[in-house]
Every structure is written in structure tokens, then in C-alpha cells.
Design a binder for this molecule. Structure first.
Ligand code: HEC
Ligand code: HEC
Length: 299
């Protein structure tokens, strides 16, 4: 990297010398200088987030115009769910953090990087606040019966449901809902993302990445939390979890929530994981969604 910068500076010097010679014989404007400083600035995108304050959703809504073509106006990616993830209902901090990772190149996406590039740290949090206020839709979980293998006889999504709610203690897989909440709405405080209703292909892709354990992130802490969760999962389990989460609604009916919570109390929380409180029904983002769009059966 040091060499790259040295060459960049050397390149500038050559350009500058060339420019002087050029200027003596012609009045044509100089070409733009190569952006030698850009990389350093982008490298700081993640660190700069610490200086931004809680996002302003109204400002975020204005910025979100550029994102709408792919993620939809409200972040539900309804136009093409097979290509773009849902970001409606995602936590303010998670959105901002992922945008900073895209901008710095620590999370690689040739599609997202150009959109993250012009954003300041405050823009990222403002966008995050906007999406956090939108209510997430959900898809449908796959209920085909599994014909062979260790889960033969179960409906496909039930494989995911069991792991999501209870994990597998023998194999060291913690219950997903210990961190992501029974409805998958995440936890705005410690930046555990909302996963309920997410497109199955997208959740699966994320889980495969975590299982591979490779990241360019400078600070691997959050990535590694999920890497250690995903390490034990088979392909079938990843696909089933993703299918279950796709069908997981933001607003399950109250009786189901109570049943899930009772089960959560009976399941030991993963001892080695930090901040693993189950997210209760008072999760503010779930509450917000309820306020915004009341479930017909709850009225
Ligand atoms: C041209 C289409 C496109 C546009 C425009 C776009 N995105 Fe994305 N976005 C994607 C794709 C594709 C991904 C998945 C990238 C991957 O994981 O490889 C993504 C991923 C994301 C993620 C990560 C989601 C998660 O749960 O991990 C966030 C956050 C995001 N985009 C926010 C934005 C914001 C904010 C804007 C506008 C400033 C925007 N996107 C504009 C296509 C787009
Ligand atoms: C100990 C807490 C914890 C547990 C348990 C946990 N997760 Fe996570 N999960 C996280 C954190 C933290 C992140 C964000 C990681 C990052 O920044 O890349 C995350 C990210 C994710 C994402 C990516 C979301 C997105 O939009 O990019 C998915 C999908 C996911 N988890 C699914 C699961 C599943 C499925 C399980 C159960 C098998 C599970 N998680 C268990 C903490 C946890």
C-alpha cells in the first residue's frame, strides 16, 4: 500500500512537470488530477461513523431516492426481490455500518460501492434512520416435505424454525433468536440486524459468507460473532434457515409470541456470546412497525 501511494505521488509529480511544459505551448485545460487521496479517505469511512449522531429520518428519506430503483421506495425491494435485499425495518446502525463497509471496500459489492461512495457518515446514519422507520414485508417459507437425509419427514422451513428458536446445543449452534429476536427484528442497540422477512437467497448468501469466515473487515468482531454461529451449519440448514426467515413476519400473533418466548426462557443462552439477551416483544422497531401498520387480526 505504501508503494502504491509512493507511485501515486510520483505520478502526480510527473503530471505536474508535464503540465508546466504543456501550459507553455497551449491554452487547453489540464486533465483532472488522479484521485490519489481517495483510498485513504474511504479507509476511514467506518471510523468516521463514530462521529455521526443518530440519523435524521426525514433527511434520510430525501437521500433514499437514489436507492429506490433497487431497494424500492420503502426499502422492501418489491420490484425485484430476486435481485435486491430488503432493507425496510433494518436497524439504523446496521445500515450505516454496512454502507461504510461498502464505501471502504471492506465489504465488496461492485453494485453497492458506487452508491455508498458519495455518502458521508451522517448521510449513512440518516439513511439508516429512514429505513429503520419503514415496516418490513415478508415472503413465504417453503413447506415442502423433506424426502431424505437427517431431516426426512420434516417440512423444509421447520428445519430452520427449530434452529432459529432452539439452536442445537450438542453441536454448539446457538438459537438465532437469542440475538435476532423471536420475530427476527434484531436489536437496535448492539447492532444485531433485522432478519425477518428477508429474501431467502440473500440470507443464505450472507450465511455462506459467514461460514467461509473470510472478510476484509479491519475490525472482525461482529463478523466473527456470526462466523462462529454459521461454522457448524450444513447447506441444507442454511437454506432452511433462510426460507424460515423469509416467511418470518414482523408481527406474529400475540399467542405465538408468548409461546416462543416461553420456549426462549427454557433454552439456555449461548454462554460464550456477548450481549445475548433475547429481544422482548417491546423491541422498539417491532413496536414502530406495529404502530405504522396494525395487523388486522390484532384489532
Ligand atoms: C443498482 C442497485 C442498487 C442501488 C441503486 C442501491 N443498492 Fe443497496 N444493495 C444492492 C445489492 C445487489 C445489494 C447486495 C450486495 C451484496 O451483498 O453483494 C445491496 C445491499 C445493500 C445493503 C446491505 C443490506 C444487508 O442487509 O446487509 C444496504 C444497507 C444497502 N444496500 C443500502 C443502500 C442504500 C442506502 C442505497 C442508496 C444510497 C442503495 N443501497 C442503493 C443494490 C443496490
Ligand atoms: C450471538 C449473537 C448472534 C446469534 C446467536 C446469531 N446471530 Fe446472526 N448476526 C449477529 C450479528 C452481530 C450480525 C452482524 C454481523 C456483521 O456485522 O456482519 C449477524 C448477522 C446475521 C445475518 C446477516 C443479516 C444481513 O442483513 O446482512 C444473518 C442472515 C444472520 N445473522 C442469521 C443468523 C442465523 C440464521 C442465526 C442462527 C443460526 C444467527 N444469525 C445467530 C449475531 C448473532
Amino acid at each position: 500500500m505504501r508503494h502504491a501511494r509512493a507511485f501515486g505521488i510520483a505520478g502526480l509529480v510527473v503530471l505536474a512537470v508535464g503540465a508546466v511544459a504543456f501550459a507553455q505551448s497551449t491554452v487547453q485545460p489540464l486533465p483532472d488530477a488522479p484521485p490519489v487521496e481517495t483510498r485513504d479517505l474511504n479507509d476511514n469511512a467506518v471510523a468516521e461513523l463514530a462521529e455521526a449522531t443518530y440519523g435524521d429520518a426525514q433527511r434520510g428519506a430525501q437521500l433514499a431516492g437514489t436507492c429506490a430503483a433497487c431497494h424500492g421506495l420503502d426499502g422492501n425491494a418489491d420490484a425485484d426481490p430476486s435481485l435486491y435485499p430488503r432493507i425496510a425495518g433494518q436497524n439504523e446502525r446496521y445500515v450505516a455500518h454496512q454502507l461504510a463497509l461498502f464505501k471502504s471496500g471492506q465489504r465488496q459489492s461492485p453494485i453497492m460501492q458506487p452508491y455508498a461512495m458519495p455518502l458521508s457518515a451522517q448521510d449513512m446514519r440518516d439513511l439508516g434512520a429512514h429505513y429503520a422507520q419503514q415496516s418490513s414485508g415478508a415472503g413465504i417459507a417453503d413447506d415442502a416435505v423433506v424426502e431424505s437425509g437427517p431431516y426426512a419427514g420434516m417440512k423444509f422451513y421447520e428445519i430452520g424454525q427449530t434452529l432459529f428458536r432452539s439452536g442445537n446445543t450438542e453441536r454448539g449452534i446457538p438459537a438465532c433468536m437469542a440475538c435476532h429476536g423471536p420475530a427476527g427484528s434484531g436489536n437496535p442497540g448492539p447492532a444485531y440486524p433485522h432478519v425477518g422477512g428477508q429474501q431467502a437467497w440473500y440470507s443464505a448468501a450472507r450465511l455462506y459468507t459467514y461460514r467461509e469466515g473470510q472478510t476484509l473487515e479491519d475490525n472482525r468482531h461482529l463478523f466473527d460473532v456470526m462466523a462462529s454461529v454459521a461454522r457448524q451449519l450444513s447447506d441444507e440448514e442454511i437454506e432452511a434457515l433462510a426460507s424460515y426467515m423469509q416467511g418470518l413476519h414482523h408481527r406474529p400473533d400475540p399467542a405465538m409470541l408468548a409461546a416462543i418466548e416461553a420456549q426462549a426462557a427454557a433454552t439456555p443462552a449461548p454462554a460464550t456470546m456477548p450481549e445475548n439477551q433475547p429481544v422482548p416483544a417491546t423491541d422498539p422497531s417491532a413496536q414502530q412497525a406495529q404502530d405504522a401498520e396494525p395487523a388486522p387480526q390484532a384489532q
